[in-house]
Design a protein around this ligand. Structure first.
Ligand code: ASP
Length: 449
């Protein structure tokens, strides 16, 4: 029987009634034996995340100020959960330990990790499961990456029968100090555990019924993705879609373990499956995503393409100024580079001066406030007409597309558009790619058919 790793995010452990849902999810499938938890998140939009409160406690304590007030919020949350669940755990004692460590110079990582630690202990006690401290099994090497040894340690500690609860978000370094992943890192813990136990599925329980094809803040009611590949997810999140923690893909990708994003509040919904390959007949494009805050540097110089030295001079200048460019493409007599706007800031004039002097371009301009809007899908390269159709649709809708790029990745293509047109571009593209019969249908009125 294959086994399942079930990771529950902050909203799924935010309060007692959510934890009861976890209990029924776990009890409804005996393969769900390994539970990874985040720290309690927000119960309402105005609420505070336990992790944030713990960071505040630590910074107050480090300055020698009283951390009583935020710590009381932390304690109250756990005490209330324990009381409402009638868990009768030793939460008072565990909280006291945390309070003491904060008072005796706990690092920010140690303080923040206690959110997951307390949550996992409490849940293990409630479910009568075995608690396994992540600090004992997830080890960071000197270079900051998780060591191979960790997989063996996890597998050994989880080898017995019954249920296990493991706190997400942290491990320990080579000298035994607690270290956290970056924010949202419980996703990574779940993936590491899934790989270590060779899970059949890595379930990632959250408060949405799967990943959506577009940002719901831009597009009304975007459709969920039933299936999406690891590669597509990586591209989508790179292009700005909010999905899993970036580092959560690699461990499961290596073992081809599918990730199933599910909704704790609607456990019957199938959610989204992230896996190695998907059926393309249903949909060539997986989704649309985008990022704001770029500038487009455009340079013209006769025979530029034949002159790699001039091109490399430009990149030397950018590197020397500490500017990391996002993308570049050379034409016959021109070069376009996309730069993050924040990195330009006060360097703009200096940069223009340096480039003008070193490269002597015929023309140089920096276009501000541009955004990238990308379509991502394993089937894109089989549909060369798609990009042309989308371009036509965007322009006829008044979006002034500055640049189109397909090719550097077979599964994604992007448009550079003025930031003021960003939302319109995302919405237009979403509508086109979700039409079952292809975007031609949208174009018919335009083409006069
Ligand atoms: N609790 C941590 C955070 O808020 C980690 C996580 O939830 O995954 O970032």
């Amino acid at each position: 029987m294959g086994e399942i790793v079930s990771k529950f995010g902050g909203s799924s452990v935010a309060e007692a009634r959510q934890i009861r849902k976890i209990e029924s999810i776990i009890r409804s499938d005996r393969r769900r034996r390994f539970i990874v938890v985040s720290a309690p998140g927000k119960r309402t939009s105005g609420d505070e995340k336990i992790t944030d409160l713990l960071y505040s406690c630590q910074s107050l304590a480090a300055r020698g100020d009283s951390y009583e007030q935020p710590f009381r919020h932390v304690s109250d949350r756990y005490l209330q959960i324990d009381r409402e669940l009638e868990a009768r755990s030793e939460i008072q004692e565990w909280l006291e330990e945390v309070r003491r460590s904060l008072g005796s110079g706990a690092s920010a990582d140690l303080a923040a990790s206690r959110g997951e630690y307390l949550c996992a202990r409490l849940l293990a006690s409630y479910l009568q499961a075995t608690f396994v401290d992540a600090a004992e099994v997830i080890r960071f090497g000197k270079d900051g990456s998780v060591t191979e040894e960790s997989f063996q340690l996890i597998a050994e500690r989880l080898a017995g029968p019954g249920l296990y609860v493991i706190p997400g978000f942290y491990g320990s370094d080579s000298v035994g100090q607690i270290r956290t992943f970056s924010r949202g890192g419980s996703d990574v813990t779940g993936a590491l555990v899934a790989r270590a136990v060779h899970a059949e599925v890595y379930e990632n329980w959250t408060d949405v019924s799967g990943l959506l094809m577009a940002d719901p803040q831009i597009v009304r009611d975007p459709q969920p993705m039933a299936e999406v590949t690891y590669r597509e997810i990586r591209e989508l999140s790179y292009m700005g879609a909010k999905v899993l923690h970036e580092e959560a893909i690699l461990p499961v990708y290596k073992e081809k373990i599918p990730i199933n994003i599910r909704n704790t509040n609607r456990p019957d919904d199938a959610g989204t499956i992230i896996k190695a390959a998907r059926k393309l007949q249903q949909r060539a494009v997986a989704g649309v995503a985008g990022r704001n805050g770029f500038a487009l540097l455009y340079l013209e110089k006769f025979l530029l393409r034949k002159d790699p030295q001039t091109r490399s001079k430009l990149f030397e200048i950018l590197t020397a100024q500490g500017i990391e460019w996002e993308w570049e493409r050379a034409g016959l007599d021109s070069l376009a580079v996309i730069l993050p706007e924040t990195q330009l800031e006060d360097k703009r004039e200096l940069l223009v001066g340096l480039i003008a002097e070193a490269l002597k371009p015929d023309h140089l301009e920096i276009l501000d406030n541009v955004s990238l809007v990308a379509i991502v899908g394993e089937g894109i390269s089989d549909h060369p007409e798609l990009l042309a159709d989308l371009l036509l649709l965007l322009s006829s809708g008044g979006v002034r597309v500055r640049l189109v790029e397909q090719g550097s990745s077979k599964i994604s293509a992007f448009f550079v558009v003025p930031s003021k047109d960003f939302n319109r571009a995302v919405d237009t593209i979403y509508k086109a790619i979700t039409l079952q019969r292809g975007s031609r249908q949208l174009l018919e009125p335009l083409l006069g058919k």
